[in-house]
Design a binder for this molecule. Structure first.
Ligand code: MG
Length: 168
């Protein structure tokens, strides 16, 4: 049976919260990305765009899938060699980045630049998710959070077409 979008939305938000990611953390990343381009940008505007991105089914599906893989790995339930690859967040794996691209794709090409940039700089919550402290596994979550922020930043740019040329 096809799940309703509102149910997927609820579960996706719950999962993010359970894994220690607040929508405000993602809004902060959007603010970081877009502040240089939009003078009148407020935190509330960023949060609004994050909320809108999370209404998309593609985004919800990616959150459910990626976080599930993190959780199963954390519990040691994946088969080898994938268990070790995901637990160790092996640099050459790359499927975590690819999965998150399905979020970036939703809002077109501006998102790619933001996604690549934020993945390199790792501001705010991304630094925390990447610290590999303790037994927590966030191999998929860090890319998902970066992708949601990049998608929200693209959405903002589309709403402010005068800045979208600068950002390409
Ligand atoms: Mg990753």
């Amino acid at each position: 049976m096809v799940k309703s979008s509102s149910e997927l939305h609820r579960v996706a938000l719950e999962l993010l919260d359970r894994r220690g990611v607040k929508l405000e953390d993602i809004a902060e990343l959007v603010h970081y990305l877009q502040k240089p381009y939009i003078k009148e940008l407020t935190f509330e505007m960023c949060l609004d765009h994050v909320r809108s991105v999370l209404l998309k089914r593609e985004v919800q599906n990616t959150i459910l899938t990626g976080i599930q893989l993190d959780i199963l790995t954390e519990k040691g339930l994946m088969e080898q060699p994938l268990q070790d690859i995901i637990r160790e967040d092996e640099g050459l794996y790359g499927i975590d980045e690819i999965l998150a691209l399905s979020i970036v794709n939703v809002y077109g090409s501006i998102g790619f630049t933001n996604y690549g940039y934020i993945d390199k700089v790792k501001p705010g919550i991304l630094k925390k998710l990447n610290s590999h402290e303790g037994d927590e596994v966030h191999t998929f979550l860090d890319d998902i959070v970066g992708a949601i922020a990049a998608a929200a930043a693209s959405r903002l740019a589309h709403d402010n077409p005068e800045i979208s040329d600068i950002m390409k």
